[in-house]
Design a binder for this molecule. Sequence first.
Ligand SMILES: [Ca+2]
Ligand SMILES: [Ca+2]
Length: 55
Amino acid sequence: MDARFAAMDANRDGRLSRDEVKDKGRFAERFDALDTNKDGALSKDELVAGRPVRK
Ligand SMILES: [Ca+2]
Ligand SMILES: [Ca+2]
């Protein structure tokens, strides 16, 4: 997840803005659900917490 997060974090501020994930399909779709603290950006913790569990 670290490498993927870094790849999406275009401005390297450690958070993913809505703009940064707008072309990332499922992240854009789930942005509001993933942004659990509603600050308008996704932290790495929020992504990890909202990550679909694969069985
Ligand atoms: Ca960013
Ligand atoms: Ca957030």
